[in-house]
Design a protein around this ligand. Structure first.
Ligand code: SF4
Ligand code: SF4
Length: 347
């Protein structure tokens, strides 16, 4: 498989990586088998997170004996020194590794979080010490908010940036990629299929593979999914005229109903985490039900019930999304899925 250099980490990684969210949904033997399939196909970059329940342990089992050739990345959303220390030690334990190649600050989506992670006396101190002692090799950051991501890159404190990038959420192409190149920060593309909204794998990956220094990390649950993407990588990556036309059609169709999670619609007077509610359909498809129907997603749906329909958020959304209508749809989808889940659990 083709390789690329991951920014100033200097690490060479396969041109396609593995995203560790969907393996949470399957039994461990299937999860391990799908990771092994990816390794057999030549993938050398594996991404997971402390928050992805069983994902780290499954990846750990799959990489046993092959670790030297691989780049293993994980992340923590903790914003305290103690929390980060605990997560790092937990990640090492679950992965069964004595070092992690790339450790990332997870979901740095607002300036307050960025300030906390940049504070040399805060959680950054834990990662810098871990880097000094070679427990981790590189420090990265993940974000969904482009203004925050820009500042993170400019700080020169991170060696990689993970950000959503696909032909619909394509703002990174103009605003982040040139900046990452200037600062030699490796760019990792999360959500290459827009969280499941893009079903045309060929077009989605032909779009991304045109960027030589972008590392897409699709979330993979089944072996055929990765086989399909590898085929795109190994075939002609040029888009045909018909594919270009179809890409434009999809952009027109989905673009007006697709939340980029930029949070420009905030603040909501009812404190509704709009962008979290907007991804409910996608997370229900990708995450284990026990994570979706409790915690932040369930809380977000509960808050969405307080929407006064004032419409202020729609004025602020740069994509002019019909937020009120979309929130109602997402809440309804959540409720139907939850009822089904409760019935299956006999509750
Ligand atoms: S319409 Fe609803 S979600 Fe939007 S700002 Fe008003 S209360 Fe918040
Ligand atoms: S609703 Fe609009 S402004 Fe709010 S996060 Fe989504 S795309 Fe951004």
């Amino acid at each position: 498989m083709d390789e690329m250099r991951l920014g100033r980490t200097g690490m060479m990684v396969s041109k396609l990586g593995f995203g560790g969210i969907p393996i949470m949904r399957v039994p461990e033997d299937e999860a391990v088998a799908v990771v092994q399939k990816c390794l057999d196909l030549g993938i050398t970059f594996l991404d997971t997170a402390n928050a992805y329940t069983t994902s780290e342990a499954s990846i750990g089992k799959a990489v046993k004996g092959k670790r030297e050739k691989l780049v293993v990345a994980t992340k923590s959303a903790s914003r305290s020194r103690e929390g980060l220390e605990r997560h790092l030690s937990m990640s090492l334990d679950r992965l069964g590794l004595d070092y992690i190649d790339l450790y990332q600050f997870h979901r740095v989506d607002d300036f307050k979080s960025l300030e906390i992670v940049l504070d040399r006396k805060g959680p950054m101190a834990v990662l810098e010490e871990a880097k000094r002692t070679r427990v981790i090799r590189h420090i990265g950051v993940t974000s969904h908010q482009i203004d925050v991501a820009e500042e993170a890159v400019k700080s020169d404190c991170f060696e990689t940036l993970m950000f959503p990038f696909n032909f619909i959420t394509c703002e990174a192409a103009d605003r982040l990629l040139p900046l990452c190149r200037k600062h030699d920060v490796g760019f990792i593309a999360m959500k290459p299929l827009a969280g499941g909204a893009l079903e045309n794998v060929i077009i989605a990956f032909k779009y991304l593979f045109q960027f030589a220094d972008v590392l897409p990390i699709p979330g993979i649950e089944k072996p055929h999914e990765i086989e399909q993407i590898v085929k795109v990588l190994q075939g002609s990556r040029d888009m045909t005229d018909a594919e270009r036309t179809e890409m434009q059609r999809l952009k027109d169709e989905l673009g007006s109903r697709f939340c980029r999670r930029c949070d420009y619609c905030q603040p909501c007077t009812q404190e509704i985490p709009i962008s979290t509610v907007m991804v409910i359909t996608s997370v229900i498809r990708r995450m284990p039900p026990e994570l979706v129907f409790t915690g932040i997603f369930a809380d977000a749906v509960e808050k969405a019930a307080n929407c006064t329909e004032c419409g202020d958020c729609e004025e602020r959304c740069p994509y002019r999304l019909p937020i009120r209508e979309m929130l109602r749809e997402q809440v309804q989808f959540f409720q139907v899925a939850k009822q089904k889940y409760d019935r299956s659990m006999g509750t």
